[in-house]
Design a protein around this ligand. Structure first.
Ligand code: PMV
Length: 312
């Protein structure tokens, strides 16, 4: 039996603009995970995949080409040049809420790739894992930038630009984050589609917004390297204002961001596609409890603390 896992992720800066060639920064959320277990089955049983948290069970031989679970198993087997119909049972579990901007799809796929590769004792490089998982992201999102599969596959804070080598970023001091879930499921495809319509209607204004977000991302990379939480917080608030102007925030996300900053967070913004899903707030280690309490009383349905560890 071989077991492997993958983390969820949070986008810290640059969502949406990243689809249009600007950079973005994302980090893994190590405490939110998906797991895959590969077990040898009796000869002739074929390959079954069971994802009980998602209410899914399938036989690889019967699954349609656009089934994301079947696709990632097939792609991994092909990458490894092994039997395309092995006698295996693959069980998948995930504690990451779906359609919440926390990378649940990418984490499930990454856990499967890792478990399959380790089962045949041929672990794959992060760049290859990211490339395989990108194909399943396309089924969920249409035209994903690739940031989710990249940060989940590398499991490191990353600076990401479409079409360029992803870069691991330097982190000058530990950063404490609180992630709050609005409880409103928001399909990425819809928010991304609406931003595209806005961009087509008024390219000059929306390109200007994307450029301003790109500049925030560049400043944020430096502030993360310097361990400058105060500047990072202000950059998060500015990024949130620009996301609001793109129409991807919501009254609840706005209220939760305000509640976090009023309770002492350095800054807060939505994370991921927006409209619902999650927000991320940057806080001091001592400030975690009041910010979590404020977010709960302002209507968050789930709140968790996570950290980005300083280098070394
Ligand atoms: O909601 P998520 O985590 O899938 O994030 C989407 C991020 C976007 O920038 C809105 C889309 C993308 O493909 O990068």
């Amino acid at each position: 039996m071989t077991k492997a896992s993958a983390s969820g992720k949070v986008i810290l800066f640059g969502e949406h603009a990243v689809v249009y060639g600007r950079p973005a920064i994302a980090a893994p959320v190590a405490s939110l995970r998906a797991w895959a277990t590969v077990t040898d089955a009796r000869p002739g049983c074929g390959c079954s995949v069971e994802a009980s948290d998602l209410g899914r069970q399938l036989l690889l031989a019967d699954a349609p080409p656009d089934d994301p679970l079947a696709l990632i198993v097939r792609l991994t087997l092909a990458e490894l040049h092994v039997d395309p119909q092995p006698d295996w049972h693959i069980a998948v579990r995930s504690q990451i809420p779906i359609a919440s901007g926390l990378g649940s799809g990418a984490a499930v796929s990454t856990a499967i790739v890792r478990a399959v590769a380790e089962h045949v004792q041929r672990p794959l490089a992060s760049a290859i894992v990211a490339r395989l998982v990108y194909e399943t992201e396309r089924l969920y999102h249409g035209t994903p930038s690739g940031i989710d599969n990249t940060v989940v596959a590398y499991e490191r804070p990353m600076y990401f630009t479409v079409g360029r080598e992803p870069q691991m970023i330097s982190v000058g001091a530990d950063l404490a984050l609180v992630i709050a879930n609005t409880g409103v499921a928001s399909p990425t495809k819809i928010a991304v589609g609406d931003v595209r319509k806005a961009w087509q209607r008024d390219p000059a204004t929306v390109n200007g917004t994307f450029d301003a977000i790109g500049e925030i991302v560049a400043s944020a990379r430096k502030a993360i390297a310097d361990g400058d939480a105060e500047s990072l917080g202000s950059l998060m608030n500015e990024n949130q204002r620009l996301l609001e102007s793109l129409g991807v925030s919501s009254p609840l996300l706005g209220r939760l961001c305000a509640a976090a900053t009023e309770a002492g967070a350095f800054g807060a913004k939505l994370s991921g596609a927006g409209r619902g899903g999650c927000l991320v707030a940057l806080i001091t280690t001592e400030g975690v409890a009041p910010v979590m309490a404020a977010l709960r009383s302002a209507g968050a349905v789930g709140v968790l603390e996570t950290h980005i560890a300083a280098d070394g």
